[in-house]
Design a protein around this ligand. Structure first.
Ligand SMILES: NC(=O)c1ccc[n+]([C@@H]2O[C@H](COP(=O)([O-])OP(=O)(O)OC[C@H]3O[C@@H](n4cnc5c(N)ncnc54)[C@H](OP(=O)(O)O)[C@@H]3O)[C@@H](O)[C@H]2O)c1
Length: 270
């Protein structure tokens, strides 16, 4: 599995399983199945309500704990220094393991607490309670503020990213700051599956539209976390490493950007 080097010296897999909206009762089985297929990253969050299943799935897989990268996230109603510390402890208890990476799920600027939440994650890292700390859904000004006020740069910013919403400016800022980009809703609700640049790669390679789009994320230099509860699609989404998009195909994919999100604007959520 190709890995991205993080700015704290750790590494994160380029491909993982997202588990948003996977029912709690099904999560352990799907996580264990994915790990059995070779997945080495699982992206969870407190708000998904399935951290228990995530931890069980990692244990049930039989794969040594250190070979699986586990992410969780602090939800919006636990912003602030002490609340974030409490939320982290609660996540660890539900997971039954220590995550490799913890993220602030959304900046929630109206709450005015994300710098304090970030200070709490720095404390957890400095105390050796979590290896890597990052953020999700942060705009450039949110990133610059936490870095300016604490001197600590998040290792990852997990953001909405798919062919119709490519976030070129934010990705360029990540590159300048040394932050890895992780793509959520990477398949973009299938809205680009029939687009000509995707169809052309499908025709040339025999891969599926989802594989072409996931491979595009990897070639952009992102870590990508597609979700599936379907065993065939879990395997399909993992099978990305025997083909490439050419430079011309990557350029054609860039033309699919509409600048339109599927999710909320982080400036206004929470
Ligand atoms: N940080 C954040 O705020 C945030 C927000 C949203 C998501 N995320 C994370 O990102 C992960 C991925 O995003 P997502 O779950 O919204 O969307 P996604 O992974 O882009 O798409 C999932 C949907 O696509 C279908 N699908 C999966 N593989 C497919 C394939 N090969 N061909 C056709 N359809 C396929 C799935 O259905 P089946 O299950 O039937 O295959 C499911 O309906 C989440 O699970 C979560 O971990 C984070």
């Amino acid at each position: 599995m190709p890995m991205l080097k993080l700015n704290d010296g750790n590494r994160i897999p380029c491909l993982g399983l997202g588990i948003w909206q996977i029912p709690a009762a099904d999560t352990a089985g799907i996580v264990a199945q994915a790990i059995g297929l070779g997945y080495t990253l699982v992206d969870g969050a407190a708000i998904y309500g399935n951290e228990g299943g995530l931890g069980d799935g990692v244990r049930d897989s039989g794969v040594p704990r250190e070979q699986v990268f586990v992410t969780t996230k602090i939800w919006n109603d636990h912003h602030g220094h002490d609340e974030t510390l409490r939320a982290f402890d609660d996540s660890v208890a539900r997971l039954g393991l220590t995550p490799d990476l913890v993220l602030i799920h959304w900046p929630c600027p109206a709450r005015g607490q994300y710098v304090n939440s970030w200070r709490a994650l720095i404390r957890l890292r400095d105390e050796g309670r979590v290896r890597s700390i990052g953020v999700s859904n942060f705009h450039g000004d949110h990133l610059e503020r936490i870095i300016g006020e604490t001197g600590v740069t998040p290792v990852v910013n997990q953001i909405e990213l798919h062919p119709q919403f490519q976030q070129a400016d934010l990705r360029a800022l990540h590159d300048r700051l040394g932050i890895a980009t992780q793509s959520w809703t990477p398949l973009g609700h299938g809205r680009s599956f029939d687009a000509a640049p995707v169809r052309d790669v499908v025709a040339r390679t025999g891969k599926t539209p989802a594989q072409v789009i996931l491979r595009w994320h990897v070639q952009l230099g992102c870590s990508v976390i597609p979700r599936s509860t379907n065993p065939a699609r879990l395997a399909e989404n993992f099978d990305l490493f025997d083909f490439d998009l050419t430079e011309a195909e990557m350029a054609a994919m860039a033309g699919l950007d509409t600048g339109v999100r599927t999710g909320p604007d982080p400036a206004h959520l929470g």
